[in-house]
Write a protein that binds this ligand. Structure first.
Ligand code: NAI
Ligand code: MG
Length: 518
């Protein structure tokens, strides 16, 4: 296994060096499995044009469901980030930020329309590049459009207020945009995270330099074409493909970037916060990992609860920051829930992401697949019982079977650490207080699920769990108007809804001394 991996890495490195300085066209035709084809941009998107980076380097983009190369794209380095920031700064100084907000309303609505008009292409790009099933990709596309449309609705309602301090003064506040914002997104929801990031930034009049994740750069570049078509002015959104340690680092440490919004691992989040502190104290918002509890009480509707458990951990192949990866079931219904959950997990259709009824596609990369399988071994070695799955599905593509571990204890790595794959632990609890205690026994605090038919229990337990989102009798159930973000080491700042605007505005107070007139 290890040798194969090393060989694969070596082969890729050799390939990379051959192609690195070749002249890749700025657009390539990609044939999709549904028989259509589309033009995939490969350049950096700066000032509304696709450009070749200064060093002309490219990197390979892989399809995780076939392990085959899709294309190469151009790679941004420090000097390219500077060029993107220049463009974004010029755009920030223009009417985009300081003119009529109605303009931002119009172009954001147009962008949402274009996403919907290109929904199938976008969904296919996402499944090709990330490996997720079309079911998941289609959901991502729909929510992306809704999120941008919702932000469009806010764009002309970002108001300040008048503050009363008596008749000697007149005071008012304004909510002003921050300037050039850096946005660094992950690979698990490439398009959706793109939408969640740009929507509030643009609604409030900021400009953006966004870096996609190195394993999933395609949908962001396709979105660039829609951004231009929507009439968003040059320089407002700049999109770069590239690596975290080079392009990401250049964004996090940039002196002229006023804010960085990041979604990804806790380790990288910590690093970005340090980089922000040590450079220009840019504002930071972080949406990091989780180890979210999904709790089933005795009085729950069992079959509905089981559906939520399945969605909670196996949706998007478990590559979800808020995945319900710790299941806790109250004693009386434990055996019934476990039996139904196991059956449901084993009935999941896994494989080719482009088949309409596939629920679970591939993990994003060989590295992610290996990491997940390593956790399966750790779970077994630490004495947990493998109830279902626990292995690769097929030998081509990075597929992993839905995996359930029973007989777990709180100190096990598989209960404490984020696995970011289709691996879940399930255990019993006795009382409501026990459920709240174990739910809160984590440094993370992104989400939690509560399954009960008792409204009092639902509300009181929701109030006591320390997490940014509580889903009652549902899970992974997002809405563009409902804020999402973390408590504790899951990060800070909120995305979607009115709360997301706060991260992209700063309050200016104007206090005017009045002179008495007769
Ligand atoms: P990562 O956090 O390193 O990558 C996310 C993004 O950050 C990518 O765009 C990457 O290029 C960028 N990045 C990486 N290093 C950077 C740096 N020094 N400065 C600026 N940007 C940087 O996550 P990675 O390595 O892809 O995955 C590792 C683990 O992180 C996963 O196994 C998973 O557990 C977790 N993860 C969590 C996500 C979430 O949504 N909470 C999303 C992706 C990964
Ligand atoms: Mg890929």
């Amino acid at each position: 296994m290890l040798t194969t991996k090393i060989n694969r890495v070596a082969a890729r490195a050799a390939f990379y060096s051959i192609r690195a300085y070749s002249s890749l066209p700025l657009s390539v035709t990609i044939n999709l499995p549904n028989g259509t084809s589309y033009e995939q941009p490969t350049g950096l998107f700066i000032n509304n044009e696709f450009v070749i980076p200064k060093q002309k380097k490219t990197f390979e983009v892989l399809s995780p469901s076939t392990e085959e190369e899709i294309t190469h794209v151009y790679e941004a380095r420090e000097e390219d980030i500077d060029a993107a920031v220049d463009a974004a700064q010029t755009a920030f100084n223009s009417d985009w930020s300081h003119g009529e907000p109605a303009h931002r309303v119009a172009v954001l609505n147009k962008l949402a329309d274009l996403i919907e008009a290109n929904a199938e292409t976008l969904a296919h790009i996402e499944s090709l590049d990330n490996g997720k099933s079309l079911i998941c990709s289609r959901g991502d596309v729909a929510l992306s459009a809704q999120c941008i449309r919702s932000a469009a609705g806010w764009a002309d309602k970002v108001d300040g207020s008048v503050v009363e301090t008596g008749s000697s003064h007149f005071n008012y506040t304004r909510r002003e945009p921050l300037g050039v914002c850096g946005q660094i997104i992950p690979w698990n929801f490439p398009l959706l995270m793109f939408a969640w990031k740009i929507a509030p930034a643009l609604a409030t009049g900021n400009t953006v330099v966004l870096k996609s994740a190195e394993s999933t750069p395609l949908s962001a570049l396709y979105m660039a074409t829609l951004i231009k078509e929507a009439g968003i002015p040059a320089g407002v959104v700049n999109i770069v493909s590239g690596f975290g340690k080079i392009a990401g680092e250049a964004i996090a440490t940039h002196q002229r970037i006023k804010k960085v919004a990041f979604t990804g691992s806790t380790a990288t989040g910590r690093h970005i916060m340090k980089a922000a502190a040590e450079s220009n104290l840019k504002k930071v918002t972080l949406e990091l990992g989780g180890k979210s509890p999904n709790i089933v009480f005795n009085d729950a509707d069992v079959s509905k609860a089981v559906q939520s458990l399945v969605l909670g951990i196996f949706y998007n192949t478990g590559e979800v920051c808020c995945a319900g990866s710790r299941i806790y079931v109250q004693e009386e219904v434990y055996d019934e829930v476990l039996a139904e959950f196991k059956k449901a997990a084993e009935n999941i259709k896994i494989g080719n992401p482009f088949e309409n009824d596939t629920f679970m596609g591939a993990q994003v990369s060989v590295a992610q697949m290996d990491k997940i399988l390593k956790y399966v071994e750790i779970g077994k070695n630490q004495g947990a019982t493998l109830v279902s799955g626990g292995e690769r599905f097929g030998d081509k593509g990075y597929f992993i079977k839905p995996t359930i571990f029973g007989d777990v204890t709180d100190d096990m790595a598989i209960v404490k650490e984020e696995i970011f794959g289709p691996v879940v632990t399930i255990s019993k609890f006795k009382t409501v207080d026990d459920a709240v205690t174990i739910a809160n026994n984590s440094n993370y605090g992104l989400a939690a699920g509560v399954h009960t038919t008792d409204i009092n229990k639902a509300i009181s337990v929701s109030n006591r769990i320390r997490a940014g989102t509580i889903w009652v009798n549902t899970y992974n159930d997002f809405h563009q108007n409902v804020p999402f973000g973390g408590y504790g080491e899951s990060g800070f700042g909120r995305e979607m809804g009115a709360a997301s605007l706060d991260n992209y505005t700063q309050v200016k107070a104007v206090r005017i001394a009045l002179t008495k007139t007769n």
